[in-house]
Design a protein around this ligand. Structure first.
Ligand code: MN
Length: 326
């Protein structure tokens, strides 16, 4: 099937080096988005974008750093709400202090999964600490399926042990890969893993053929099923593949985040920090936050005011349709 909504300027499908037919990988580039605040840190956002809304239930990918906290001010996100989604914080370096309306107070550190389930409603703050100089990582969101989107708030911390597979060191933080399984519950079939690829190496991973996959390159150049990806690019591969081959032809280590999941076939409405199914869902969540309702609770210990919600657009917010996967 062809991807009728793809924007040709955002796609580049390189031919594989060898003569065999290789699965088609779409290359999605990032746009720079300021996080807000007086010394706003900029993030590279690859999801959602015009050519793609979701990969499995993964619906949001922000990639940031490496940046010197002393220069950029780091991250200082005042208390704000979420509904209908989970957030995953994963760092390569640095440290972030997380506080939420469950009463969680956690330090997010490199190689450690911190998964927050917003469900019906949660609020949290995220502030980088000054203990680490360089802040570098990703923030990812997972859309909750309709039957679980009003689940209770939750917060999980998990430290995966690294696995050695082929020429790669792998940390599986959600789902299963290469014989390792994260114990952290997901509401739809999902995969999330950090991969560090040796210089001059090729690694073939068995993957779930029912999953579509995204590979966000953090560092180095990585070939995903033959297609070259540069840092900050997101490679997308549709369902129907039993293996995924990753190659690093360079003389330095490469690092990437591999995401996967079964295609999420519900239409969602995303606005600000909310995911719903209709404009009305979003308007209700916004009003609840503006009225300091119990729905989102409150965050203790943050030094400053909470974030006000932006004004709703006049027009009804349309649901996002994901392009047909290959
Ligand atoms: Mn948040």
């Amino acid at each position: 099937m062809s991807n009728v909504e793809a924007d040709p300027t955002e796609l580049r499908c390189d031919a594989a080096d060898h003569g065999e037919a290789a699965p088609q990988v779409d290359v999605l580039t990032a746009r720079d988005v300021p996080l807000g605040g007086p010394r706003a840190m900029t993030v590279r956002r690859t999801l959602p974008q015009r050519a793609r809304t979701l990969i499995g239930a993964w619906c949001f990918i922000d990639h940031y750093g490496p940046s010197n906290v002393a220069d950029t001010g780091g991250m200082d996100v005042a208390p704000h709400p979420h509904t209908g989604l989970q957030t995953v914080s994963w760092l390569f370096s640095g440290e972030i202090e997380h506080r939420d309306s469950l009463g969680s107070h956690a330090l997010v550190r490199p190689g450690e999964l911190n998964l927050m389930t917003g469900g019906h409603g949660i609020s949290h703050s995220e502030v980088s600490t000054t203990r680490a100089t360089i802040l570098h990582g990703v923030q990812l969101w997972v859309a909750l399926p309709d039957e679980h989107r009003h689940t209770g708030r939750d917060f999980r911390h998990y430290v995966p042990s690294p696995l050695r597979v082929g020429g790669a060191d792998i940390r599986v933080f959600l789902g299963s890969l290469a014989g390792d399984t994260s114990p952290v519950r997901t509401f739809t079939p999902l995969l999330g893993a950090e991969l560090v690829l040796d210089p001059r190496s090729t690694t073939t991973l068995p993957v779930n053929a029912a999953f579509e996959h995204g590979l966000l390159v953090d560092q180095g150049n990585v070939r995903m099923a033959g297609t070259l990806l540069h840092p900050a690019e997101l490679g997308y591969l549709g369902t129907g593949n039993h293996t995924l081959t990753l190659t690093n032809k360079t003389d330095t280590f490469a690092r990437a985040i591999l995401l996967g999941g079964t295609p999420f076939d519900e239409q969602i409405v995303m606005w600000w920090n909310f995911i719903g199914r209709s404009h009305q869902d979003i308007a209700e969540a916004r009003e609840a936050w503006e009225n300091a309702s119990d729905r989102f609770g409150s965050v203790d210990g943050y030094d400053g005011d909470r974030l006000p919600a932006p004004t709703l657009p006049n027009a009804t917010i349309a649901p996002r349709k994901n392009p047909t996967h290959h």
